[in-house]
Design a binder for this molecule. Structure first.
Ligand code: 2AL
Length: 244
C-alpha cells in the first residue's frame, strides 16, 4: 500500500519530520511518501496561507493519482483543500485535524487543542464545528509560536508547548491534548510522558485511518459531493489544471 503524506507548506525539514512520524506507525507493507508541493507558502498560519496552499496540494493529488497512490494524508492542522482533494482522489484522503479530533472523541469526553498562533484558533474551532467535534472540544489554546519556530534548533518551543498543555489539563480539565500543528508530531510522545496525559498527533492517526480504510476497500465515494470534478479549462497561473 502506498500512502502519500502531503505537507502543504514548502518547508522540507518539516516534511521530513512528518514522514518520520508517519513511518514509525505505518504497517510493514505500507510505503510512506512524504512531500511538499512545488508551490505554496513556507508555513500556513492564516486563511490566506491556506487558500494559497490548495493548488499545490491538488497538484500533488494529481501526481499521486498517476503514480498509483492508495490514500493521502493532508498534514496541516487547518485541513486545507480537504474536500477538493477528495473530489480529485480515488482513495481516501484524511486531514490531520479531523483525524486527531475524532480519535480524541473516541478515547475521552473532552480534549483541548494546543496550537501555534492565536490567529489560527478560529480555524481549529471552525473545523471542530463542521466535523461535529465542538461538543468534545473544551478549548483551543495558542502558544504564540510561529510554525517555523518549531524548526529552529535550540528554540524553547517544546517547553512553551508543554506549559500550555499543562494549563489545558489544569484549567480546561481536558482528558487528552490534540496537537494543533503537523510540525509538533515529533514532540507528541515526550509531552505525553512528561505530563501523564494522552497527547494526539494527527499525522500518525491519519496514517492508521488511511491504512484501515484502504485495507477495508473503503475509497472516497464517487456517487455524491465528492465525485470527480467536471473537466474544464483553467487560465493564468492555474493553466496546468485544465483537463479536457
Ligand atoms: C499548521 C500546520 O500544521 N502546518 C503549518 O504550516 N501550519 N497549522 C497550524 N495551526 O500551525
Amino acid at each position: 500500500m502506498k500512502i502519500k503524506i502531503i505537507n502543504p507548506n514548502t518547508t522540507w525539514s518539516m516534511t521530513e519530520k512528518i514522514g518520520h512520524s508517519a513511518r514509525q506507525v505505518a504497517a510493514a507493507g505500507t510505503e510512506i511518501v512524504a512531500v511538499s508541493p512545488s508551490m505554496g507558502p513556507a508555513s500556513i498560519e492564516s486563511y490566506y496561507d491556506e487558500a494559497l496552499s490548495v493548488p499545490g496540494i491538488l497538484d500533488e493529488i494529481r501526481l499521486g493519482e498517476a503514480d498509483g497512490v492508495d490514500g493521502y494524508v493532508i498534514a496541516c492542522f487547518g485541513d486545507p483543500g480537504l474536500y477538493a482533494a477528495r473530489e480529485a482522489a480515488r482513495g481516501p484522503v484524511i486531514g490531520i485535524a479531523e483525524a486527531a479530533m475524532h480519535a480524541a472523541s473516541l478515547i475521552g469526553t473532552g480534549f483541548s487543542v494546543v496550537t501555534t498562533l492565536e490567529r489560527t484558533c478560529g480555524i481549529a474551532w471552525h473545523l471542530a464545528e463542521i466535523y461535529g467535534m465542538s461538543r468534545f472540544c473544551r478549548k483551543v489554546r495558542a502558544c504564540e509560536l510561529c510554525v517555523l519556530d518549531l524548526e529552529k534548533p535550540g528554540s524553547d518551543a517544546y517547553r512553551i508547548i508543554v506549559d500550555e498543555c499543562r494549563r489545558a489539563m489544569e484549567e480546561d480539565k481536558a482528558d487528552s491534548i490534540v496537537l494543533g500543528c503537523a510540525g509538533m508530531s515529533d514532540l507528541c510522545e515526550a509531552i505525553g510522558k512528561e505530563l501523564g496525559i494522552t497527547v494526539i498527533d494527527g499525522v500518525t492517526v491519519a496514517v492508521k485511518l488511511v491504512e484501515s480504510l484502504v485495507q477495508l476497500g473503503l475509497r472516497t465515494s464517487k456517487r455524491g459531493d465528492w465525485a470527480t470534478p467536471p473537466s474544464k479549462s483553467y487560465t493564468g497561473l492555474l493553466e496546468n489544471f485544465s483537463r479536457s
